[in-house]
Design a protein around this ligand. Structure first.
Ligand code: MLT
Length: 204
């Protein structure tokens, strides 16, 4: 997959996996990684799907309606890519925190839903419930921050709360942060996510 990797100064820190929103690319979220942890390695990936020229991580049938078969296929593809990248760049595969926005947050949530060991934690900006009706793996020890907007036209408040419950019921440690805003990524939620990350003192 197309990506950038920037090696961090502190190898004990998690590798931050950056996943952009629809129409974005691997450069978009680099400033967020700087805000969250400027000592950590960063792997930022571009989604393999092109929707009318807009990169995405999986296909959709309509806005907010996911192509589940493709979602499952692309989730596995991304996980395999992460396994290979860990070998190529010599980072600890078991110490990775995803930072995703919108479509990127949805594929990060899907990694947590389908692959128990894919991530140690995740910062999800405006995620949706990626799939319903499946049993999640045991997510004990995983730390998840969700930023949601009270007026998000793409993801209702109920859906954000539902996602929180699904992760909690799978034993993850989840913080749901609300912004009085829509689907956009705000400076305030990035500041809250950074504060949350620092409070957990992530190390190897
Ligand atoms: C999705 O398709 O992942 C969601 O609708 C969010 C987005 O617009 O990317």
């Amino acid at each position: 997959m197309k990506h950038v990797f920037n090696k961090g100064k502190d190898p004990k820190k998690p590798t931050l996996l950056l996943l952009h929103g629809t129409g974005g690319n691997e450069l978009d979220l680099l400033p967020l990684a700087e805000r969250i942890d400027d000592q950590a390695s960063v792997l930022s990936v571009r989604g393999n799907i092109s929707e009318n020229g807009m990169p995405r991580f999986f296909k959709r049938l309509a806005e907010g309606v996911f192509d589940e078969e493709d979602l499952i296929y692309r989730t596995n593809e991304l996980n395999q890519f992460l396994n290979d990248a860990a070998k190529d760049y010599s980072f600890d595969r078991n110490n990775m925190i995803a930072v995703g926005y919108s479509n990127g947050a949805n594929i990060a949530a899907s990694l947590l839903f389908h692959e128990q060991d894919a991530l140690k934690g995740a910062i999800l900006h405006h995620p949706m419930v990626p799939r319903r009706g499946i049993i999640l793996p045991d997510l004990t020890g995983k730390a998840i921050f969700i930023a949601a907007g009270t007026n998000d036209p793409i993801c209702s408040s109920e859906e954000s709360t539902e996602l929180q419950s699904l992760f909690r019921n799978a034993n993850a440690n989840v913080k749901l942060h609300w912004e009085n805003s829509g689907h956009q990524l705000t400076h305030a939620e990035v500041a809250s996510a950074s504060e949350w990350y620092r409070s957990l003192n992530f190390k190897e």
